[in-house]
Design a binder for this molecule. Structure first.
Ligand code: CA
Ligand code: CA
Length: 232
């Protein structure tokens, strides 16, 4: 939100373990990726996010779109497009309400493979964004071929934009690069009014971060959206 409107949410995984308590995704995702468990976990996460969004839209509550993170293993799976389409179909959510986030590192690991998958998702009306942009060694010659509609500016650049001239320059350059390529930008990890003001002045389309809200469980997010709507 840059004008204060909630335009969507990013779905995040948390694991509440009966003995260990909350286990951070930074701990369990790498293990799930190496064991292959990430496929069922990712499918469950995608379906849960889609189903919840559909429920909110039906109740007149859901903002525009929910963003779901796709792991390297999921992205390389040959049936990814079919799986996404099947879940949207079964849960009866139109593709424009879903965004898939792929990190820049994964996209650049196999750019030609990524282009093929992006083309196939794009043809079916599913939008993709490049996550953690600026940290994954993007080749500009591939970036222009990626069918993505949004770059997510990594929080490491956003953190110091009100102080560091380098980060100011980098974030400004990413925003104009994206805009010239016909892509939108969202800044991640926004925590202060000063950062929002800088991003707005540079023409960044969207922002997310603790300045607006920490990650919330389902019931609290619903209350947050309702409250915001009443204030708007
Ligand atoms: Ca993400
Ligand atoms: Ca990110």
């Amino acid at each position: 939100m840059l004008d204060g409107c909630i335009i969507g949410a990013e779905a995040l995984l948390r694991w509440r373990h009966p003995e260990l308590g909350m286990v951070s995704p930074a701990e369990f995702i790498p293990i799930a990726e190496s064991s292959g468990q990430i496929l069922p976990i990712g499918e469950w996460g995608l379906r849960s996010a889609v189903r919840q969004w559909k429920h909110w839209l039906d109740g007149g509550l859901g903002p525009r779109a929910v963003a779901v993170n796709i792991s390297a293993v999921q992205f390389k799976h040959p049936r990814l497009t079919e799986l996404v389409m099947q879940i949207l179909d079964e849960e009866k959510l139109a593709p424009q309400h879903l965004e898939l986030e792929l990190t820049e590192g994964v996209a650049m690991d196999d750019p030609l493979g990524a282009i093929a998958v992006m083309d196939s998702l794009h043809q079916r009306g599913i939008r993709m964004s490049i996550d953690d942009f600026g940290t994954g060694y993007s080749s500009l010659s591939y970036l222009k071929r990626f069918k993505v509609y949004k770059l997510k500016i990594d929080q490491s650049f956003v953190r110091d934009i009100t102080e560091g001239p380098e980060d100011k320059a980098i974030v400004g350059a990413i925003i104009s690069l994206a805009s010239n390529l016909g892509m939108q930008t969202i800044a991640e990890g926004v925590e202060t009014a000063g950062q929002v003001a800088f991003l707005r002045a540079k023409g960044c389309d969207e922002v997310q971060g603790y300045y607006f809200s920490k990650p919330l469980p389902v019931e609290q997010f619903e209350a947050f959206v309702r409250e915001h709507r009443e204030l708007a």
